[in-house]
Design a protein around this ligand. Structure first.
Ligand SMILES: C[C@@](CO)(OP(=O)(O)O)[C@H](O)COP(=O)(O)OP(=O)(O)OC[C@H]1O[C@@H](n2ccc(N)nc2=O)[C@H](O)[C@@H]1O
Ligand SMILES: Nc1ncnc2c1ncn2[C@@H]1O[C@H](COP(=O)(O)OP(=O)(O)O)[C@@H](O)[C@H]1O
Length: 283
């Protein structure tokens, strides 16, 4: 008998704004950020094995098997649940790594939700999100699957309903190190907290942008080019740059012009993650 297989989406995210409020004693920075998903991402296929082995069959450039967030997520869930089953995993990877669109965190969340389903663990979202946070600050929002205003290092989440425009996302061919940006002495670290909800208009700044665009000319160039058509923003610590458009046709037109020289894609913003829409359809 062949093992049950399940293919699930692993969407990207954007940070629609990102404010840095201060630095904690452990060196991590307190943030306020707005997460929205894209209807664009990787696809991960899972097949249960009964021998307890966890095996990712797709190779990643520069990421050893056991360091991959997919494998780390699966191993942690297996250990903490005491499950004796294993898993074979394949991924169709389209999201750029180190682009600030959360591919690694999303892959970890899709793995947690997929295995919870296939191994029939019955864990609730709170428990999965808490485990996810030990893998990375952006994992909980992907576990919850709803656009959110995030505080702390990204773990305190309040669901929100921003507009869902079409985005042009440009992918400068450079990986930005999050650690490097957060350790730059010139980074703004004292933005006053926003206390009112929803986030007021005019608060869409990303405090990482000045430092990233100074250090990475490729990002600066992408911001300038997209800025000719719409407000161009940086997601997370970059490198990806994005801008919203009211229709797919307009986004496609701008993308066609810009992707003559730059890599990029068009995707719809989404307040409910396509992972959760797919999981819902399985119930
Ligand atoms: C800044 C965000 C916004 O979404 O974006 P991107 O990584 O997607 O760009 C995330 O919170 C990134 O969170 P996370 O994925 O956990 O960051 P990591 O790469 O593990 O962080 C690398 C290093 O950056 C610093 N760091 C990270 C997050 C934070 N809130 N404060 C920090 O000071 C720490 O020194 C940490 O060791
Ligand atoms: N499954 C994975 N997908 C992407 N990156 C991964 C994965 N597992 C580990 N990583 C590591 O995590 C780093 C950050 O990845 P990613 O989440 O894609 O970027 P970002 O946090 O900038 O959005 C990568 O550069 C890579 O070294």
């Amino acid at each position: 008998m062949t093992a049950p297989r399940l293919t699930l989406p692993s969407p990207a995210k954007l940070n629609l704004m990102l404010h840095i409020l201060g630095r904690r004693e452990d060196g991590y920075h307190e943030l306020q950020t707005l997460f929205q998903f894209l209807d664009y991402g990787d696809e991960i296929t899972f097949a249960v094995r009964d021998d307890g082995v966890i095996r990712l069959h797709t190779e990643f450039d520069g990421v050893p098997h056991d360091s991959n967030l997919i494998v780390r997520a699966a191993k942690k869930l297996q250990e903490q649940s005491g499950c004796s089953l294993g898993i074979d995993i394949w991924i169709d990877k389209i999201l750029p790594m180190g682009g600030g669109i959360g591919g690694g965190s999303s892959n970890a969340a899709t793995t947690l939700l997929g295995l919870n389903h296939l191994w029939q663990l019955g864990w609730d979202e709170d428990r999965l999100a808490a485990l996810g946070l030990t893998l990375g600050a952006d994992v909980p929002v992907f576990v919850r699957g709803h656009a959110a205003f995030a505080e702390g290092v990204g773990e305190k989440l309040t669901p929100v309903e921003p507009d869902e425009p079409w985005y042009v996302v440009l992918v400068p061919q450079v990986a930005v190190s999050t650690a490097e940006i957060f350790s730059d002495p010139l980074l703004t670290r004292n933005t006053p907290p926003i206390k009112v909800r929803p986030v007021p208009e005019g608060n869409s700044r990303n405090d990482c942008l000045p430092v990233v665009s100074r250090r990475y000319p490729e990002v600066r160039n992408a911001l300038n080019l997209l800025g000719n058509f719409t407000e161009a923003k940086l997601t997370g610590t970059g490198s990806c740059v994005f801008g919203g458009f009211p229709s797919k046709a307009e986004a496609d037109k701008v993308s066609a012009l810009l992707t003559e020289t730059l890599t990029g894609f068009v995707a719809k913003g989404s307040n409910v993650s396509m992972l959760h829409r797919k999981l819902q359809s399985l119930l």
